[in-house]
Design a protein around this ligand. Structure first.
Ligand code: NAD
Length: 345
């Protein structure tokens, strides 16, 4: 495999292949950029089909963290790690401690946290070997309510820009995915008087939101074509694709899910149809902003920083309009600019 030539390699500073035969650990730590500070991003545990698949995932995710942290105005670079293996059957204290030693060897160039397949208890074992861990239990706590607050603020910026409405009162919003973030988001939206149409694959979650927020339940396959103002993807990635985009009737897309555009070109498709896409990594940065305050945790200070998502998005929307570009391209360009400026200093 020609690693340096991979498209996803994209100028990574360092990639560490970690292996520990005693515990069975196989992991990859990808450090995309430390220009703005220690490369910070979660650790994912996943049963990849191939080592190449694991590498590409780590590379893509770590570059994404550079952009997310840069646009959130944090002094943190971008990195991510993946542990290759089945999270249901392959976890052990030895494995996580071995991973922790690899993180520690990087002497703070990479700071890890929880991601898909990893629990707070797993991170506590990593922490036995290294202090370079964020999001530990008893510190900044569950990031989801703060992520949801950021999505709510960012959605307000998008609705104001596209629909000229200051408030979400009476705005019709389709929320897809009522998990940790989706449920908190629905509370913010209904408190402001939004009309909610919601869906999930879990009936209990739907029932909770229907009764708490007066939402209307929609079949999961019919969420795209709803006659709404906003579509909020809060479940999985890649829900904006060739099949779904022609069905979407909303004028604004703003949700918590990571990697909503199946491919960058889908940003062009949305623009052509007059649909305002709110770049996901700007909108869902509340969680990482929250952990960035962990050292001396101050919830109010974290929320004030999350409020800035509104202004950041106003800048992205205005620039996209002025330069006749898609919002996803403008967001990437602004993120790269901040990193390039930091490199010069
Ligand atoms: P979660 O797993 O708690 O919730 C996801 C929900 O989506 C679940 O209720 C699940 O049943 C539902 N779902 C799955 N497939 C679906 C489908 N086809 N149709 C409708 N619903 C479906 O996850 P979460 O923590 O709420 O995160 C939601 C999204 O936001 C994820 O993409 C996550 O990566 C992203 N995100 C979360 C945070 C955070 O702080 N939790 C931060 C940044 C980004």
């Amino acid at each position: 495999m020609a690693v340096f030539n991979l498209r996803a390699y994209d100028d990574h500073e360092q990639v560490v292949f970690c292996s520990d035969s005693e515990s069975g650990l196989k992991a990859i730590i990808a450090i995309h950029s430390t220009a703005l500070g220690p490369a910070t991003g979660g650790c994912r545990m996943w049963e990849y089909n191939s080592d190449e698949g694991a590498l590409i995932d780590a590379l893509r995710l770590s570059r994404g963290m550079t952009y997310k942290n840069a646009m959130a105005g944090l002094n943190m670079g971008g990195g991510k790690s993946v542990i290759i293996g089945n999270p249901r059957t392959m976890k052990s204290e030895e494995l996580f401690r071995a991973f922790g030693r690899f993180v520690d060897n990087l002497k703070g160039r990479y700071v890890t946290a929880e991601d898909v397949g990893i629990t707070p208890a797993d991170m506590a074992m990593v922490h036995k070997e290294t202090n370079h861990v964020l999001g530990l239990e008893g510190k900044s706590g569950d990031p989801s309510p703060v992520t949801a607050y950021g999505v709510y603020m960012g959605m307000k910026a998008a609705v104001k820009h596209r629909l000229g409405r200051e408030s979400l009162d009476g705005v019709k919003i389709a929320v897809q995915g009522l998990g940790h973030v989706g449920q908190y988001l629905c509370e913010h939206l209904s408190n402001e008087g939004a009309k909610l149409l919601v869906t999930d694959i879990n009936k209990e979650s739907i029932d909770t939101v229907v009764s708490k927020c007066g939402a209307i339940a929609i079949d999961k396959d019919e969420i795209y074509e709803q006659d709404v103002d906003v579509y909020a993807p809060c479940a999985l990635g890649a829900t904006l694709n060739d099949v779904t985009i022609p069905k979407i009737r909303a004028k604004v897309i703003a949700g918590a899910a990571n990697n909503q555009l199946a491919e960058d070109r889908h940003g062009d498709e949305l623009k052509k149809r007059g649909i305002l896409y709110t770049p996901d990594y700007i909108l869902n940065a509340g969680g990482i902003i929250n952990v960035s305050f962990e050292e001396k945790y101050d919830r109010d200070a974290a929320l004030r920083k999350v409020d800035e998502i509104y202004n950041t998005l106003e800048e992205v929307f205005a620039t996209a309009e002025k330069q006749d570009k898609t919002t996803n391209v403008v967001a990437d360009e602004l993120a790269r600019k901040r990193v390039a400026e930091a490199k010069k200093q």
